[in-house]
Design a binder for this molecule. Structure first.
Ligand code: HEM
Length: 387
């Protein structure tokens, strides 16, 4: 279904999220993506309060800057697997924002458990030992046990923390422990591979397009020069990263990191003169919209300038972060994470060469896969040198 038509079809008109049963069982029944109506409004409101633009500006940006800056230390002269690095960076930075008082060792151990959970979200719902789904359900049990302990400690403590867990605990309408845990799993999952893969693919596209890389460098060196050495980045700096935002949107479009939005009909729905019966599944295929030559001239070219020349971001057809009442609750947070990573990356390092000289279209060579997730099965390795 084409996006412009879809956005008029919201919950009231009979369309609710229709993601596979594996996703619902792994993210939990209380997850914002599993609930509808009043429950959705209540949970979404709280999630926007902890991860929306205001929270990102006032609480998260400085922490992301500090973390990313030190995460990128000592890369010079080494072979870096940018896929591994960006996954680790994004997971750990999210954990820092969610549970700031636990150690890095705790966050890293938790990542190993959580990675198994993620692998089962897009899998066949076969619940026998050895399957991804089975492992993911086991991991969900472990994740619940670990987060349950963290919650119990927090509830018993009188210390106030400046993190997402504290904000969820102080939510106006009280959440149960089960609800808090499901929201943490959802935030971690929704902002994990989406953000890390965007970071990885942005580096790959920049490496392949020297003119864009130069424009990025110009933008970030200008920001760096306007500040004292070691001075933290702030919201105004982020807002000045206009070309970077265009690079991120173009990366999301061309790599199509989110393939589609899934819905289920709760009643017979009229669509372009057809009746879609109750209980049918509807897929909004974002890849088709992203590569539509009427919307994006020469759609297979990486051209970040298209986003700065025309206001494509607010265009009805832009579905990169969804639209309407289900639109991404962490859009700005995600863009900040990628932007700050790119800032530190391009101002500190030069790329020497890629070890796997992979072209995006070379799917058969198995260097970069597009489906079911965008990934580099053997990693995406590069060597970097200090400026
Ligand atoms: C580049 C990064 C990201 C992309 C491309 C992305 C994309 C999307 C898309 C397309 C949707 C709509 C799903 C639908 O309509 O069914 C969505 C929803 C959502 N996203 Fe993101 N996302 C990103 C980062 C994040 C981050 C960092 C968070 C962390 C808070 C997050 C949290 C959510 C949540 C909670 C929803 C569900 C909202 C609801 O159902 O009301 N996302 N995202």
């Amino acid at each position: 279904m084409h996006g412009s038509r879809f956005q008029q079809l919201n919950e009231e008109k009979g369309l609710v999220p229709g993601y596979p049963v594996t996703m619902r069982n792994i993210l939990g029944d209380n997850s914002v993506v599993a609930v509808h109506g009043i429950s959705h409004k209540r949970i979404r409101g709280s999630l926007l309060a902890v991860s929306g633009p205001a929270a990102t500006r006032d609480h998260h940006l400085q922490k992301i800057d500090k973390f990313t800056r030190s995460f990128l230390d000592n890369w010079a002269g080494k072979i870096i697997d940018i896929q591994l690095k960006t996954k680790k960076m994004i997971f750990l930075v999210s954990m820092n924002l969610i549970i700031e008082n636990e150690s890095t060792a705790f966050h890293e151990a938790f990542k190993a458990t959580f990675d198994n959970l993620v692998l089962g979200i897009i899998s066949l719902p076969i619940k026998i030992p050895g399957t991804s789904y089975f492992r993911a359900l086991q991991s969900r049990k472990n994740v619940i046990a670990i987060l349950g302990e963290v919650l119990a400690k927090r509830r018993a403590s009188s210390t106030a923390y400046d993190d997402i867990l504290d904000q969820l605990l102080r939510n106006e309408v009280k959440f149960s422990d089960e609800e808090i845990i499901d929201q943490i799993i959802t935030i971690l999952y929704s902002g994990y591979e989406t953000v890390s893969t965007t970071s990885m693919m942005a580096v790959k596209y920049l490496r392949d397009h020297p003119k864009a890389l130069q424009a990025m460098r110009d933008e970030h060196f200008a920001i760096q020069q306007s500040k004292k050495p070691e001075e933290q980045l702030n919201w105004d700096d982020y807002k000045n990263m206009i070309f970077t935002r265009a690079v991120i949107l173009e990366t999301l479009r061309l790599a199509t990191i989110v393939h589609g939005l899934m819905r289920k009909t709760t009643t017979d729905v009229q669509l372009n003169g057809f009746t879609v019966p109750k209980d049918w599944r509807v897929l909004v295929y974002i890849r088709e919209i992203n590569y539509d030559p009427f919307l994006y001239e020469e759609p297979f070219n990486f051209n970040p300038w298209r986003w700065t020349e025309k206001d494509l971001e607010s265009h009805n057809h832009n579905m990169l972060f969804g639209r309407g009442s289900r639109m991404c609750a962490g859009k700005e947070l995600g863009i900040v994470k990628v932007s700050l990573f790119l800032h530190h990356f391009v101002t500190r390092y030069r790329l020497i060469f890629f070890f796997t000289d992979c072209m995006w279209e070379e799917v058969e060579g198995n260097k970069l896969l597009k489906f079911p997730r965008v990934e580099a099965p053997n990693g995406l390795k590069l060597r970097v040198a200090e400026y």
